[in-house]
Design a protein around this ligand. Sequence first.
Ligand code: ADE
Ligand code: ZN
Ligand code: ZN
Length: 295
Amino acid sequence: MSLRPTRLSLLSCALALGFTAPFAMAWGPEGHAIVADIAQARLDPVAAAQVTALLELEGYDRLDQVASWADQHRKEMPGTAGWHYVDIPLAAPAYQAARDCPRDNCIVARLEHFTRTLADRSASPQARLEALKWVVHLAGDIHQPMHAVDNDDKGGNTVQVQFFGVGTNLHSVWDGRVIEHQLDLKLGPNYSIDRTAVASRAMQLDARITPAERAQWAPAGTLATLDARVVDWANESHHLARTVAYTDLVKPSGAAWSERYQAKAWPVIRQRLQQGGVRLAELLDEALGSASAPR
Ligand code: ADE
Ligand code: ZN
Ligand code: ZN
């Protein structure tokens, strides 16, 4: 037997050590922080004070600091992988709970569940902080079109593409690649973000949200209608995946394709980040704000 490491043994070493990129689980850290920053800027003062009090339990002061917690700790939380998405078949017209969310193992059920825990004054502060972390994260993910679709490809994770000369996959293009290109952002070591740079991009996106858009995307309501709204958001994402993300994929490589694909994906991604932000603020207002149940 040769002592030289074979390709196969190098690969299994890399796998064992966790060197390979895992399947993308979420908007990238930048997308999640952008959604959190937009929401933070729009909270009503009562909700903002409640959010601050919960975050302080673990020494945080802003929502962007916990926005990717659910991804960063997923190894310690086995069984939560399915909470980040809902696999609505690409060919299906819309979400169907019995088919797409068995045993509540999908983002629709988990976002509803954690929003209710956050609003529950009888739950422990620790449980409510954990619920807050999940709500901030999942309100982002549910707006990522690839998190509400499946074409026997793990939400595009197994669809290889060459995006601006870099080999990646369709899911990652939507999670982070387009955002990084368009907003000139780069990840640091261990998926870290430049919070100041991300917050400034988030405030530019926030400034472009018109009052009419805000009113249309997140009309003031109560948690009584939570479930229907969460389903609507998943269906919107699924529709965008069908009509935008999964089109023009015959030969997904080359500069012309990258430019063309990015030009159609970016307006969608920009709006989904904006919608995620205003809707997260509304959820937190409903769960914790001046119109929520008395403490
Ligand atoms: N794994 C399986 N389906 C997925 C999806 N839609 N998004 C992210 N990860 C997935
Ligand atoms: Zn996620
Ligand atoms: Zn993802």
